[in-house]
Design a protein around this ligand. Sequence first.
Ligand code: HEM
Length: 412
Amino acid sequence: MMSVTRPYQLTDLSDLMALSATTNCADPRAAYGWLQERWGRVAPVELEPGVPAWLVMGHQEICRIVRNEQLFSRNPHNWRLYNEGAVSPDSGLGPMMFPRDNAYFADGDKHRRLRAPLDDGLAGLDKQRMSRLIRTTCAELIDRFADRGRADLVNDYAAIIPMLAIAGLFGLGPEKRHELQRGLLALFGSGSDSQAGNETVERILTEAIRERRAEPRDDLTTAFISHSNLANDYEIQQSMVLMISAGYETTKTWIAQTLRLMLTDTRFAGRVRGGRMGVDDALDDVLWRDPPMANMPARYALADCEISGQHIRRGDALILGFAAANADSRVHTEDPWLEVGNRAHLAWSAGPHSCPAHRPGRLITRIAVDTALHRLHDVILEIPADQVRVAPSPWTRCPHRLPVSFTSAGAS
Ligand code: HEM
């Protein structure tokens, strides 16, 4: 039975587990289990030294939080430690937690205004055309390494597909897609070329908006331009940047996690290859077991309150522990038959900020996994399964690399 050993104030700073200990470990369930033993379903953790937050691990508790915007804001301007300057401006938490002017970090009416173009734009996409685009992208990437008989399925494949696919949804041609992808890699890499990467990304998006204004087409850029909710080019560009940044790491991780399981878990691979589990079921299995966003930042309490026995103070940050919540016994039964088709997982979150792109995200991931499985013959992982490390992050558990060899690559 779970017990809270003592109530905690986020101003005490002793003896906290780092959030990254739940992602950067062999057995995340054991780490979440340890936290729950000690604290209950809501545990204090450290995001980085000196920056504590609450990790919410209960399924119901997360649903209550994400559905209550009056009490839990998405806007980091309501984060006490950020306002007090306790988080350094160059903190690694910045890309996921520092405020930017888009739907992701907005609440209430502003969120609904900026969110509608995302929903409407995505709903208007032609699925057949999108499938063709993703298929071509995956095939071209495999062609690049087909002759080598070796590849790293994370860095040569999973990490590249989402950016090229999303750039394709914006209607960019092949050359611009690759240029944008190189710019984004530089930008996300935070190295010395990060600023140049940022300029490349801005230039390409600005050009795309200008071109589509002159010549509208059936793509997301045109949908954003013609949406009455977006007031100017700045808001259009911010919406495009949001699509890329929200879609990149998530889709990359989902593809990489599924390929890792196919390569390392013989029962999982056998069920998929033997036809007992379709690729979609396999993808759902990953969303349950290892959701791409294991821990999702964040909501900020707008008033003092209590959740699961913990006293939350106004301005505290709450991290949504999707991986832990997916294992919550209250959303599972003992009966495997009743588990079939259970889609209550929180991989897409819930409430007004839940992922608007779960359909295109699934399409990209399904085609990427399917294409790799069908084209790479006798593919094997070149390192032992227990040596697949995850890339360091408090949020995701994406394999760092998946070096494989294969005897041949079939035609696309
Ligand atoms: C394929 C794997 C993906 C997963 C698992 C995923 C997951 C999520 C989750 C959990 C959230 C909600 C965050 C919250 O409640 O605070 C979210 C939001 C969002 N996602 Fe996704 N996502 C994926 C792919 C994509 C793709 C491909 C795109 C864009 C093409 C995208 C665009 C967005 C946007 C714009 C938001 C913010 C919505 C808002 O704040 O209203 N996602 N995603």
